[in-house]
Design a protein around this ligand. Structure first.
Ligand code: PLP
Length: 404
């Protein structure tokens, strides 16, 4: 085939042509494809575009930085210092930025190295339904991926198989079976995203915090998805007075521009350098400009109110009696929300996802869940319009299942 082909649908690699649309531009909560068709974005590009697409305050920072300096590697830059001080100002008391990266998985790997440096121990405990990235190391923290990658790296071995339960009583039983003197860290998502969204048992963080304190284990909150007001507040794990030792974040920090970070409690900061922070693009000036724009934007808007309002609209809409009669279950927190069928034999979500795409609404899904992560700045009327389209798709699915 002619490599100059202008048929965009035949772009390689295959990963990028799973769906028959090619996107061109975006603004606010609307994405437009090359044919001019508009989509309501209820996915925020996998929970990254929390402030909405193309926000002038953020774009202007990037545009101005693009004409100044792009990357500096280990030399600090003016914009990097600004970003670090802004990030520090939003972190919980006693927790400060330790390293910047470009992707979530890189940041998680650093957090794990840091925990091993601090404790001198090896094992990392993680939970099978949680998700921490797709590097070889982070993939082996969880159980989503088939065992087709060869032997598990020695460093990240123990996945807590708690039958999917995060009830503290169950977790305590599993924790008790693993020698704590070998455990460097426990890592978790404050709200399960990849295989949900699903909220954790309310006492889960407290149980983990207590176990970590009693056993010299580093508590790592993976806030890559839940942070930056996606689930209420800058960091969801510090709600309810719990303070993790390490917070990892990404996604919302750059509003779509790749940047991630790791913050740690003051007591761990002495081990940061020996855990080898940094990479070629870590803390580059463009990423830092995006982060500065995001934090400025979020500080001038009432983000907590926006997140709470979206959660309420979602709950109100799906509390209509017909959804109860379909056996629809709601889960998640803030603007990281899911709909699923209580009956495990109904696996309609992949098709509902495609029907929604056809109808001009972008969501995401698992086999069981339809996942909604709207931009937090979406107008309430726009979100309600999206919910109506979802409701109609679910009605049509139920009608078809009933043979109507
Ligand atoms: C909770 C969580 N951790 C880690 C990651 C990995 O981030 P990245 O894809 O930027 O490597 C993700 C990405 O979806 C995530 O949701």
């Amino acid at each position: 085939m002619n490599k100059q082909s202008s048929d965009l649908h035949y772009a390689r690699p295959d990963h990028y042509r799973k769906y028959p649309i090619v996107l061109k531009s975006a603004s606010g909560s609307t994405i437009t494809d090359v044919s001019g068709k508009e989509y309501l974005d209820l996915n925020s590009v996998m929970g990254t575009v929390n402030c909405g697409h193309n926000v002038p305050l953020i774009s202007d920072r990037l545009v101005s930085q693009i004409n100044t300096l792009w990357n500096s590697n280990f030399f600090p830059t003016e914009i990097q210092l600004e970003a670090i001080s802004k990030i520090d100002s939003i972190l919980p008391q006693g927790i400060n930025l330790a390293a910047l990266y470009s992707t979530g998985a890189e940041a998680i790997e650093f957090a794990l190295r840091l925990a091993r440096q601090v404790t001198g121990k090896q094992h990392i405990l993680s939970f099978k339904d949680h998700f921490h990235g797709k590097t070889l190391g982070t993939m082996h923290l969880v159980k989503h991926f088939p065992d087709c990658y060869g032997p598990v790296p020695e460093s990240y071995r123990t996945v807590i198989e708690s039958d999917g339960s995060d009830d503290p009583a169950v977790i305590e039983r599993y924790l008790g079976a693993i020698p704590a003197e070998e455990v460097a860290a426990i890592i978790f998502e404050p709200v399960i995203g990849y295989s949900g969204p699903r909220s954790l048992h309310k006492d889960f963080p407290r149980t983990v915090r207590q176990y970590c304190e009693e056993n010299n284990i580093v508590m790592i909150a993976d806030e890559i998805l839940t942070g930056f007001h996606r689930c209420k507040g800058w960091f969801f794990s510090s709600q309810g007075g719990i303070k993790p030792d390490v917070i990892v974040f990404g996604k919302g920090l750059g509003n779509g521009y790749p940047i991630s970070g790791v913050a740690c409690a003051d007591a761990l900061s002495g081990s940061v350098n020996s855990a080898l922070p940094g990479s070629t693009f870590a803390g580059n000036s463009l990423a830092c400009a995006a982060a500065c724009g995001v934090i400025d934007f979020m500080q001038q808007e009432d983000m907590p109110a926006k997140t709470i309002a979206l959660e309420k609209l979602f709950c109100d809409y799906f509390s209509q009696p017909r959804f109860e009669s379909y056996g629809i279950a709601l889960d998640g927190a803030g603007a990281l929300l899911s709909i699923s069928f209580q009956d495990p034999s109904i696996s309609a979500m992949p098709q509902i996802y495609l029907d929604l795409l056809q109808a001009g609404v972008i969501t995401s899904h698992t086999q069981k869940h339809l996942r909604l992560m709207p931009p937090l700045t979406i107008a309430p009327t726009e979100f309600e319009r999206g919910l109506e389209v979802i409701g109609k798709c679910i009605d049509a699915t139920m009608d078809a299942a009933a043979g109507n």
